[in-house]
Design a protein around this ligand. Structure first.
Ligand code: AMP
Ligand code: MG
Length: 599
């Protein structure tokens, strides 16, 4: 049984676990320079089982610690070390130790030891040691580094324990794909706010309340793969074939049967091109010329690349170290026949469509599109394209909302601009709810707004008026009209977009049948100071870019007025300043939510 583990850092943590004697430290001593060489900055946490000391009797730091200093920090111009007397009964707590690491100075933390923690790990295994596997009872194993003779289940990522370069590749791939799993939209603030707390919610509470009302659509239809963009798959797609279909060569080179030791020379008995196969079985000592993607002949299990071979026409010799099975792609290693290639609940984008096409699917079962009715309110709001009346503004909200709704694969019903009158609004809401799964309005939900909007909403359904502890976009109305969900977004154009991204988006995704969606939140380094108010989530429009240090940096777009749509155009992300933060300084790590998720 593994012990739960929560990574407190905005960077990945990856463990290495093995039975003692497998060579964990030996491997790490080779892996660390390799990763450094490739630009990955590392911290390492090592679990020592005994009462160790890093200091030496006689040194000032040692004497002062022994004299009773609970913490002793010794520093020079090249390094510093903090020694803390922290006796605990069992193993030290890894999250506590990790919290001491300066996450802005490193890209990943490698952990040696802490085998029982549910932390993502690479297992090291040497068959010759005869020790049991760890992955058989630990779901957190991401890959196993072992020797050639070790037999493993096919779905476990296999690495060569003697190939440090390959293990480094995996660590870099892991670091690149890693996402923080705790969204930085924390739970309710514990602050004394001036607002009525029964109607004041944190962003997280608002999302949770809304999602509790959403029942995903169940009806589905079949569409051509070409028409499936942004739709949600309604049934698991089971692969009818192995991908690749045949075990084939990953290189242009020569295929043969591996032996230890290798022979000095192999007789060339043929050529295999992609799309063709070798008739017959290779005998020991025979080889064929083979092209990338061509099926491996019977009897061959290993490929050496052309560049590492001397082709003499009727025979070939190889240079370099050769290991069993190298440069061979196994049939089904990408997608195995009869396995789920893509699960129901996935939203279909280019990569999904390409993969399903590669399996031969021409049509796909998808959930029906949710229908979303959209209207604007306000006597001052005018239709773009028409002359602007005095003291009026053009409607922009309907256009941002419709575009985001379409981006989420929904059908839009545009109800235009509804005048500020109770009768007109009741009509619009009732009509909308009859045809749509979701009704979205903008404007008219602020405190002090004309009462008829609240009256109208109260007459047609059950609507709550909430104040969300966020900026922009504090007021939000949410409820039900008949079987439809209703969102009353604020009037200010930026507040509309931010509220849509935070509240409407998760609801529409769940309604559409999408499973396991969460906003993408990525850590970045603040290039400017950012202010907020404690107890409120601030969504500052930001511009992120890759710095020359190879890390993501973000800066504010400047003026943040909630009516300034230009800040959304200039920006490429929201900087999410959590409720607990008031002041973030240059160099601090912040979370950003890239627009590319939706806009
Ligand atoms: P309200 O909440 O209705 O008082 O609106 C707040 C602000 O947003 C006002 O300045 C409105 O003029 C503006 N506004 C409301 N609806 C729209 C809209 N559809 N497009 C652009 N601005 C709007
Ligand atoms: Mg208004």
């Amino acid at each position: 049984m593994s012990v739960p583990f929560n990574n407190p850092l905005p960077i990945p943590v990856l463990g290495f676990c093995a039975y003692s004697g497998t060579g964990k430290t030996t491997l790490l001593k080779k892996l660390i320079p390799e990763l450094n060489h490739r630009g990955l900055r590392l911290a390492v946490v090592k679990h020592a089982h005994h009462n160790f000391d890093v200091d030496i009797p006689g040194k000032d730091s040692y004497e002062m610690r022994k004299a009773g200093a609970r913490q002793m920090l010794v520093a020079s111009h090249v390094r510093w070390a903090l020694m803390t007397e922290d006796p605990v009964e069992d193993a030290p707590e890894l999250p506590h130790l990790l919290a001491q690491i300066e996450a802005d100075k490193v890209d990943i933390v490698l952990v040696e030891g802490f085998k029982k923690l549910a932390l993502p790990k690479i297992e090291l295994h040497r068959a010759a040691h005869g020790k049991p596997f760890i992955h058989t009872h630990d779901d957190n194993i991401q890959a196993i580094a072992c020797c050639d003779e070790t037999e493993l289940p096919s779905d476990l990522r296999r690495l060569d324990i003697n190939d440090v370069g390959q293990i480094a590749d995996f660590v870099i791939e892991y670091a690149n794909n890693w996402r923080p799993c705790t969204p930085s939209l924390p739970l309710a603030p514990e602050c004394g706010c001036e607002l009525d707390t029964s109607k004041t919610l944190s962003v997280r509470q608002g999302i949770d309340k809304i999602l509790s009302y959403v029942t995903p659509v169940s009806a589905s239809e079949e569409v051509a793969i070409d028409d499936s963009t942004d739709r949600v798959l309604a049934e698991d797609a089971i692969s009818p074939v192995d991908v690749p279909q045949h075990t084939n060569s990953a290189m242009d080179g020569f295929a043969f049967a591996y032996s230890d030791p290798m022979l000095a020379s192999y007789t060339l008995v043929g050529d295999v091109m992609a799309g063709h196969s070798y008739q017959g079985t290779l005998k020991p000592g025979e080889a064929v010329r083979i092209m990338t993607g061509a099926p491996m002949p019977e009897g061959a299990d290993t490929v050496q690349m052309k560049e590492m071979a001397e082709d003499r026409g009727d025979a070939v010799s190889f240079q370099g170290k050769i290991s069993l099975g190298q440069h061979v792609r196994q049939a089904g290693e990408d997608i195995a026949k009869d396995h789920t290639a893509l699960g129901a609940g996935n939203r279909l984008k280019a990569a999904h469509q390409g993969m399903l096409a590669s399996l031969g699917f021409g049509r796909l079962p998808v959930y029906r599109r949710p229908k979303v009715a959209v209207f604007s309110t306000g006597d001052e709001v005018c239709q773009p394209g028409e002359p602007l009346k005095p003291n009026c503004i053009y409607d922009s909200n309907r256009f941002t909302i419709k575009s985001m709704v379409k981006q989420l694969g929904c059908e839009v019903i545009d109800l235009g601009i509804i005048e500020d009158s109770e009768a007109a609004l009741i009509d619009a809401l009732q009509g909308a709810a009859q045809q749509a799964d979701v009704v979205i309005s903008s404007g008219g939900v602020s405190v002090g707004d004309a009462d008829f909007i609240k009256l109208a909403l109260a007459k047609v359904g059950q609507i709550n008026f909430w104040r969300i502890n966020m900026r922009p976009g504090r007021p939000l109305a949410f409820g039900q009209i008949g079987d439809s969900l209703f969102f009353g977004l604020p009037g200010n154009p930026v507040a509309v977009m931010v509220s849509f991204m935070q509240f409407v988006q998760p609801a529409l995704r769940k309604l559409a049948g999408e499973l396991e969606w969460a906003p993408t939140l990525v850590p970045a380094i603040a290039d400017c100071a950012l202010r907020s108010r404690s107890g409120r989530t601030e969504f500052t429009r930001g511009i992120y870019h890759l710095g020359s240090d190879g890390r993501l940096h973000v800066t504010s777009t400047g003026a943040q007025g909630s009516g300034m749509l230009s800040s959304m155009v200039k920006g490429n992300c929201l900087i999410v300043i959590a409720e607990k933060d008031e002041q973030l300084n240059v160099g601090d790590t912040v979370y950003i939510q890239p627009f590319s998720d939706l806009l």
